[in-house]
Design a protein. Structure first.
Length: 359
């Protein structure tokens, strides 16, 4: 069982963004000391939900502060980035960290970011597959070229050339299909429960069984000469992870703290075209997170993680550890999860155990 931390760089009221970013790097270092396998950093623009606008940049800082733990992006927003530029940055981090970097990418949303960065709504609505294929080509070949709708350029060398496989954030059946057809691992969000995870994993398996897989000589927007069987993907899912002396006390702590972050944070998602913005019942959402995820005493957290692993077959989770919105409490949470939860989970679910539902 692999367990990491998921760091949103959450902009709780009263916390300055620069302070949050420094604390995020400190949290990665604390996670390494606590025995976590990896740390994942989120990326958001123009909002308080998350105040890190470049997950790749902050991942580079965190890699420089650590020596063992893997660091990934969860996720870099591909709809507002040039895929080759992102691939070059990922290659740099891979090379200088000794292979400790993982690139996670996502479609993003129809948000104002598309206007600010000039990529436009079309890149979000119909350009994600082309962007993903170009990214994969740039991460898997010595040279790269493009002749598609959104990208068109002559062949150029990739320097440094690497062999990396990105993780793809999947929140819809369409994106699951794209990931499965390319044999790319999925990143599942903390907004869904175990049953929804099972459904997405089942859809992935069914699609992958009949799909061509991804290969490095796929041209963006082009076809593949024949089927490829990729290595089994290791999917990863985000969950809230918060431990304390009793489950009732921890749940009450998050019920008090998280709405102060989520209410203004989720309001920061501004559609670029004036479409209706999805809204959540924030108290109900916090109740769902506390009920569905490892939130409570150490024993409860162990049981919840074990149940998720057994029900879904997933053997890689990332725990969102910032739920209290307080630096000292986040670091305490990381230390206690590392000391009280991780060893017991790994004893029950050793890493050598096959993950039946996730491949």
């Amino acid at each position: 069982m692999r367990i990491g931390v998921f760091l949103v760089a959450a902009g709780f009221p009263g916390r300055r963004p620069g302070e949050v970013l420094r604390d995020t790097v400190e949290a990665v270092a604390a996670a390494e000391d606590a025995g976590f396998d990896d740390a994942w950093i989120a990326e958001h623009h123009f909002m308080s939900y998350g105040v890190c606008p470049s997950a790749v940049t902050l991942a580079g800082v965190a890699l420089g502060r650590t020596s063992r733990i893997r660091v990934g992006t969860a996720v870099s927003v591909l709809s507002t980035r040039h895929p080759v530029d992102l691939a070059e940055q990922a290659a740099v981090l891979d090379q200088v960290s000794g292979g400790r970097f993982t690139l996670g990418v996502g479609r993003g949303g129809p948000w104002v970011d598309l206007e600010v960065f000039g990529t436009g709504l079309a890149r979000f609505e119909r350009g994600f597959a082309e962007s993903l294929d170009l990214l994969c080509a740039a991460l898997g070949r010595e040279t790269v070229t493009a002749d598609g709708e959104f990208f068109r350029f002559r062949e150029v060398p990739m320097v440094p050339a690497v062999r990396l496989r990105p993780v793809v954030a999947c929140t819809s059946p369409e994106t699951v299909t794209l990931a499965a057809e390319r044999g790319l691992p999925m990143l599942l969000g903390m907004h869904i429960g175990d049953e929804e995870k099972v459904a997405m994993l089942r859809h992935y398996r069914q699609t992958a069984a009949g799909g061509p897989g991804w290969r490095a000589d796929r041209e963006p927007g082009g076809s593949v000469a024949g089927p490829v069987v990729p290595p089994p993907p290791e999917h990863v899912a985000a969950v809230v992870g918060h431990v304390g002396d009793s489950t009732a006390q921890v749940v009450e702590e998050l019920r008090e703290a998280m709405p102060r972050w989520l209410e203004p944070g989720l309001a920061g998602y501004v559609p670029v075209d004036g479409r209706a913005r999805p809204r959540r019942d924030i108290p109900a959402y916090v109740d769902f997170l506390c009920d569905a995820h490892p939130v409570g005493s150490s024993g409860h957290c162990v049981e919840r993680i074990t149940r998720t692993a057994e029900v879904t077959g997933l053997r890689h989770l990332m725990l969102m550890v910032e739920g209290a919105g307080d630096r000292a409490r986040t670091l305490e949470n990381i230390r206690r999860l590392g000391a009280e939860v991780l060893p017991r989970v790994r004893d029950r679910l050793p890493s050598s155990r096959r993950a039946p539902a996730s491949g």
